[in-house]
Write a protein that binds this ligand. Structure first.
Ligand code: AMP
Ligand code: ZN
Ligand code: ZN
Length: 316
């Protein structure tokens, strides 16, 4: 991405007989692009991914899970430009300045594109992430992921949306795939597909940026003047996925295309085999006895978490 040669021309402009200078070089696609053609390329690639995995159509009502970061805001912008019905959903995790800043940026962006943004305050639903973190011994990111998935699903259904779209990008997916492969975690690997189908009270979840790198989504945000939160969540420090991302980026630097090939070949060659395995070992979806939401156990993980937090608060 950084190795743009001085004076390079945009590949697409050149083919049209124009002489626009390239501002971006995508070595794994062998493309040098001007600003206009990079933005076009990005949106076309998102559209192609949506079609390739049959994620949704113009008739669907999509709720974009918005964190205030570059990926989810770029995704929302691209879906809006492509003509999809997409509103936003932000969960205020109560992580001090990080949540304040990311909420403000999400609200401002929703106003800019003129779409609804629903905001759910985790403090009112269960407890803030710092409180959850101090009441349990689960890693913060794992508890945070559980509550985010639960409330996104619950509210998307209540608000009448049939699709949840998240901003997970290629770097995220390749890093998770790397970790799951390192541990041969079949139960996670068999779920690592960019579309999770609707079933038993879970609505369809999709990742339209799964073939877009982190750098590409940052550039798309930059070229579209999208203001996003530039620092990481303070709780994510030391997460193993960050280490995996660094390792994969080192490989990518030497061998452009490694990340995409690793992930795309998994989907093409390995996932169909795992899907067969899934059919035989399918977990039964139940209904949580406390809240009525779908769950793989009699009591869902959020209701269990609530119990742990209540216990911790009465002990203090
Ligand atoms: P992360 O787990 O922080 O890497 O985020 C992955 C994706 O989850 C983002 O691209 C968003 O789509 C979604 N997400 C993360 N944080 C939030 C939040 N606070 N509210 C709504 N969606 C979120
Ligand atoms: Zn061009
Ligand atoms: Zn429950």
């Amino acid at each position: 991405m950084t190795k743009l040669k001085k004076g390079s021309r945009c590949t697409i402009c050149k083919a049209k007989g124009e002489k626009e200078k390239a501002v971006v070089f995508l070595p794994h696609h062998r493309l040098a692009l001007c600003k206009k053609h990079f933005v076009e390329w990005f949106e076309k690639r998102v559209e192609k991914t949506i079609k390739e995995f049959k994620m949704f159509s113009k008739k669907d009502r999509i709720l974009v899970a918005v964190s205030g970061g570059k990926d989810s805001l770029s995704l929302w912008n691209a879906l809006n430009n492509l003509g999809y019905e997409a509103d936003g959903f932000y969960i205020d995790l109560g992580i001090d300045q990080y949540s304040e800043d990311s909420k403000k940026l999400s609200i401002e962006f929703s106003k800019k594109i003129g779409r609804n943004l629903y905001i759910v305050d985790l403090k009112e639903e269960i407890a803030s992430i710092p409180v959850i973190n101090s009441s349990t011994n689960r890693p913060a990111c794992s508890a945070c992921g559980t509550v985010k998935r639960y409330y996104m699903n619950k509210y998307a259904k209540q608000l009448g949306y049939n699709i949840i779209a998240t901003g997970h990008n290629l770097d995220d997916e390749a890093a998770v795939l790397f970790g799951n492969t390192l541990h041969w975690d079949i139960n996670y690997l068999k779920k690592q597909y960019p579309v999770l189908r609707e079933e038993g009270g879970f609505i369809r979840k999709v990742k339209p940026l799964c073939k877009i790198t982190e750098k590409e989504s940052a550039l798309y945000a930059f070229f579209n003047n999208i203001e996003y939160i530039e620092y990481e969540c303070p709780f994510s420090e030391g997460a193993s996925s960050i280490e995996y991302k660094e390792l994969l980026s080192q490989l990518e630097e030497k061998h452009p295309g490694t990340k995409l090939k690793f992930y795309a070949d998994f989907l093409r060659k390995m996932y169909p085999i795992l899907k067969e395995y899934e059919r035989k070992e399918q977990e039964e979806i139940k209904i949580c006895k406390i809240c009525g939401e779908p769950s793989f156990n009699d009591i869902c993980s959020v209701c269990r978490l609530k119990g742990i937090i209540e216990k911790a608060s009465t002990n203090n």
